[in-house]
Design a protein around this ligand. Structure first.
Ligand code: SF4
Ligand code: FES
Length: 251
């Protein structure tokens, strides 16, 4: 298939960016979206031009590194799919595709399609861990966990930290990511010792970053490649309120 791409090119964070048009003829429909970009980049390099910079690592939908706005949708048109797992058969011969970096004040553009997502790292550093010794796998299996809880924790732990939720949200809110990280630890017995402290610290760090507030647009849930539900945001809010009440009654 022959495509026309309009790709955001920006040399560095302090330089202005712009959309640049590239013709991409002869693209195989079985390629992934990133493989299509690889082909375009090889042609650019052969022509003596700078390749398009984009983040990627596993290319299996598990690391969270890839991510770009494809025709205005985070990770593109296929629901529950990362950009690296999106295949070109979801496009048509002759299509024009606009490719931009994540759009969020909290994720400044570093170069082309690469953004700085270290705000997410700082939220995790604030409390996204357990400090108890959980032992080895057999030890973990000796701690009984209700099936419903383990499944919910597993669903939350599916978050790959890609940032699509923030990029698609009209407010640039990070509630879905933060809620997923708080939930996957807060449901399990191993996460209980720091449960109340964790939610307060992680929410405080989220608010200290340049993210906006959640006003229930649900765009995050719609584009999340791991289908993290917004129910986790409600759970985070309940835990946050309870943590504040516990602190007040202890004072
Ligand atoms: S909640 Fe979904 S969209 Fe947001 S960072 Fe996690 S996996 Fe990505
Ligand atoms: S490159 Fe790892 S999720 Fe896409």
């Amino acid at each position: 298939m022959d495509l026309t791409l309009h790709v955001w090119r920006q040399q560095s964070p302090d330089k202005p960016g712009r959309l640049v048009r590239y013709d991409a003829p002869g693209i195989n429909e079985h390629m992934s979206f990133l493989e299509m970009l690889d082909v375009v980049n090889e042609r650019l390099i052969e022509g003596g031009e700078e390749p398009i910079a984009f983040d990627h690592d596993c290319r299996e939908g598990i690391c969270g590194m890839c991510g770009m706005m494809i025709n205005g949708v985070a990770h593109g048109p296929q629901a529950g799919t990362t950009a690296c797992q999106l295949h070109m058969r979801h496009f048509r011969h002759g299509d024009s595709i606009t490719i931009e970096p994540w759009r969020s004040r909290a994720f400044p553009v570093l170069r082309d399609l690469i953004v700085d997502r270290s705000a997410f790292d700082r939220i995790i550093q604030a409390g996204g861990y357990v400090s108890v010794n959980t032992g080895s796998a057999p030890d973990a299996n000796e701690i009984p966990v209700p099936k419903a809880d383990s499944e919910q924790a597993f669903d939350a732990a599916a978050c790959i930290g890609c940032g699509a939720c923030v990029a698609q949200c009209p407010n640039g809110a990070a509630q879905l990511f933060t809620a997923a990280k708080i939930t996957h630890l807060g449901i399990l017995p191993q996460g209980q010792p720091e449960r109340w402290d964790r939610v307060v610290k992680m929410v405080a760090q989220m608010e200290a970053e340049a993210f906006g507030g959640c006003t229930n647009h649900r765009e995050c849930e719609a584009v999340c490649p791991k289908k993290i539900p917004i129910e986790f945001i409600a759970r985070m809010n309940r835990d946050f309120l309870k943590a504040r009440l516990l602190k007040r009654s202890a004072a």
